[in-house]
Design a protein around this ligand. Sequence first.
Ligand code: ZN
Length: 492
Amino acid sequence: MIPAAIRETISKALDIDPEQILEYPSSYVESGEGRFLLCKIADTKKILATGKGDFFSRLHGSYLAEAVKLCPLTHENRLILNKYLPFTLPSAFGRKTATFGVGDRLGLATPGHIRSFQNSRAKPVLAQQSKRELSLTGRSYEKVLDDVCFAVFQEGYRGGFGADGDHLKKPEDIVDALNCGYTMITLDCSDIIGRGIEGLSESEAEILYGDFPEEYRARIENAYLSKGFPIDGEECFFSRDDLIRCALIYSKAMDFVREIYFSYLKKADHPVDFELSIDETESVTTAQGHLFVAMELEYNNVEITSLAPRFIGEFQKGIDYIGDSGEFEMQLKQHAAIARRFGYKLSIHSGSDKFSVFPIIGKYTDGVLHVKTSGTSWLEAIRTIADKNPALYRKIHQKALEHFEESKVHYHVSGDPARVEDPMLRKDEALSGYLESDDSRQLLHITYGFVLEDADLKKEIYETLERYEDQYCERLVSHIGRHLKLINLSEE
Ligand code: ZN
């Protein structure tokens, strides 16, 4: 695709072999009088810009000849790309379109993610990072989105994608994500959701409830008691005790959501999907709890795009659902019906690898849902490393073992590394087997912060995955594709 004369110019100017100039043909685009192509030159990705015009001259880079420029993948250049190629900008998708979040801790997974969605009716949320993940990987909202935008350009992907500031708890983080152009905010209220309320006796709960202003109590009692709410063909009722407990658990959180919504979301200068997460709590969200939250949001004129309840059973990281799937089905059906009634999407967090319940999720949400996955793309990266660079895999495994206990502070897992065989005893070709067992999956899943903190390991991980870019991509397509298929989000 690169004309021979330009190839020669590059190779002469940089004193490199022409074979060290690789190109990504899908990225090729003409805009005005300029032509733009993503290349990998001596192992570094750059935009090759030729021609003239506004877009051409505004990109920062070094001239190799009068109309030939090589431009690095910097934040400044990403903003220029966004301006002239709007398909590289994230979008919001609203309440009716299925969306699927694919976190990428390394900034290398997006091409594989994009290809996973080729035959899907879900829109990918390609940038999705929580504050916790940012601090454990040493990245910023800006950097995460830069990586995604360049990958979208690389793939020539024009189908639209979202960018999610995930699990945010503080106004300043929301402002940060919005200023960086994120098109989805997931507000995490778990810190102000009432705790230990289920354990209170009826009279203890009644005493605490007495602290709410009389006007508030009168309003909610009038709104919720002595009437039924039709949910999925059945009437849902609140006993006085149910209502008191809902108020004790959610009322403060509702004030916080209202404040965030009107102070930040409504004032954003671009459309934003607003997700409310009440999933990271000890107590399972009941049908009454969900209904209470939905009705209070409506009362406060707060319009959310999606809501993530805490489901029954365990949604642990990187492994299948643990629990009674019959019970899960019954509750999911109610949650899906409540979400449908209020017009927003049900959101499933920690959605990586929940293969046994995906068909149930697909059935009741019927294409109106949001799913979040993240660690599973990291695990596919580790699987690629286990296949292609066994020595590096063993070092990662060792590092993970050293830091498993500390990492459990951030993640809820039940895996036990004591049950995992020493990788020194395994043959190279059997290393990827560690990605098949729950114990070692969780070991490798939650320790990424410590693995990436080691500068040498980090460098080698990036080098290996960049060298085996195609293999990593194929793994993701097959793995994320399996998620989409089982949730009934693929079109074949
Ligand atoms: Zn969550």
